[in-house]
Every structure is written in C-alpha cells, then in structure tokens.
Design a protein around this ligand. Structure first.
Ligand code: ATP
Length: 243
C-alpha cells in the first residue's frame, strides 16, 4: 500500500491507435504492487486499445512503457509476458480446441515464473477447472471460460495483471467470485489494472481510478473519490445508487 513503492508498470505520455487512427492521445499512469487501478469510460473511449498497447499487442506511436523499471515500449508481447505482465483479454480469447489442461500448460510455458506448482494452485483456486481439465476450452460455459481466461493469466504469476472486462456476460454470483479472486490477487502483491463496464463494482474495489474519455484521462482519484462524484455517477454509474 506504500505509494512510494517502485511502480511495477509505468506509462508516460502514451499515444497509440490503429494505423493512421489515433485512439489514445497521451496517457500516463502507474501501477503499484498491492494496488488495483480501475479505468472507467464509455464504449469506444479506448480502454481495450490501451490494454492492447500495454500488453504490446499494438504498436506504440510515442511515449514509454516501463515494466519493473525496464523500458519495454518496443518489446514484443512474449517478452513482456516473460517479464511479468499478463493480460486477460476482452472476450476470453483462448485456445478453443485445446483442453483446459493444455491451455494452462501453454500459458505456464510462456512465463519463467510459472511452474507445475502454479498450475496445481490454479486447480485449487478454480475447482471447476480441475473437474474439467480434459474438456476443450471451446465447450466450456461462459463463466467457466472466464475462469480459464483468468487462470491462464494467473498461472504465469504476473507482477502486473491487466483485466479487460472480466465480469462481462456473467451471472451476479460469478461476478462476485471473480471480484473475490481479483482482490485475493491484489493481496498477494500483484499490481492490477481493471477495465470494467460494471463501473460501480470496479470503483468499489479500486484503490486508484481514472476516467478515460475519448482517449484521454480526464479525472483521477481514489475509487471512492470518483464513486462519490455526481458527474461520474451520472455519466458512468447509471445514476445514483438505489440504496
Ligand atoms: P468498449 O467498452 O466498447 O470495448 P473501449 O473503451 O474498450 O470500448 P476500444 O475498443 O479501445 O474502446 O475502441 C476505441 C476506439 O478505437 C473506437 O473508436 C473504436 O472504433 C476504435 N477501434 C477499435 N478497434 C479498432 C481497429 N481494429 N481498427 C480501427 N479502429 C478501432
């Protein structure tokens, strides 16, 4: 919780987009160990684009990304995975024709921090995946697929975990489970960046939070500071809470 701790991920003046289309117009942020940073914003604000650039799946036009003190701005995605960054992508991208066990093995193989013990730890944390070890990922339910997507990231024992809409399309009970897993991962010391349509829940769990509006951070504060602002409530939280 020490804000003076060395940032795990430090982004400065990041500009990125698709070909000629600039989507992120100069973003700076820091992810610290034991802290969760939430980003809220309307559809199309650029949340996924930011995540893809940080995971080095999109070219950076300018600015810098530092991971554990090392400049990884131009590094390929496999190198940032090896250096401790894991992304849970929107839409649960995974290897649909491979089994649960194979998906975890492939993910574990990509990170030197992973081991057979970290695969076993995932089965302990997600018992449903242990039960479905030999089932192909494509035939899992939506909730199980999201568990596998998160397990694939956690098995790599990341220092920085990026989660793009992890609760999308899940039942309230599963959303609760996923948020509990995210909180446990933070308690382990992982620095977390969370993008969520479910902004109320994201701000409730966040230590730090930013509003992303058309590719720019327009507001920053603690999760509770942002959740208490009328303009944020109106724009992103669907009006005042029912309580
Ligand atoms: P959502 O919540 O809808 O996923 P988002 O905040 O994640 O929204 P992005 O998906 O990052 O937003 O999209 C930001 C902008 O980039 C949008 O204007 C979108 O049309 C554009 N965009 C996204 N993907 C591409 C692409 N492959 N090529 C060109 N433009 C794209």
């Amino acid at each position: 919780m020490d804000p003076r701790a060395e940032p795990v991920l430090e982004v400065a003046d990041l500009i990125t987009g698709y070909g000629q289309i600039e989507v992120i117009h100069g973003i700076s942020l820091r992810l610290l160990p034991h802290r969760l940073t939430a980003i809220v914003g309307a559809n199309g604000a650029g949340k996924t684009t930011l995540m893809l650039a940080l995971a080095r799946l999109l070219p950076v036009r300018s600015g810098t990304i530092r991971l554990a003190g090392r400049d990884v701005t131009g590094a390929p995605s496999h190198a940032v995975v090896r250096a401790g960054l894991a992304l849970v992508p929107e839409g649960r991208r995974m290897l649909a024709t491979m089994t649960v066990a194979e998906n975890l093995a492939v993910a574990a193989h990509a990170s030197p921090a992973a081991s057979a013990a970290s695969v076993d730890a995932m089965y302990a944390r997600f018992p449903i995946l242990a039960e479905r070890k030999d089932v192909t990922a494509g035939s899992l339910s939506g909730g199980e697929q999201q568990m596998l997507a998160i397990a694939r990231a956690l098995v790599q024992r990341p220092r920085a975990l990026l989660l793009d809409e992890p609760s999308m399309g899940l039942s309230p009970k599963l959303v609760e489970t996923i948020f509990a897993i995210i909180a446990a991962e933070r308690a382990n010391g992982t620095a977390i960046l969370l993008v969520e349509q479910n902004a109320r829940q994201a701000l409730a769990i966040a230590d730090d939070a930013h509003v992303l509006d058309r590719g720019r951070i327009t507001l920053s504060g603690t999760g509770s500071e942002l959740a208490a602002r009328d303009d944020v409530v109106t724009a992103y939280l669907g009006g005042p809470a029912a309580s």
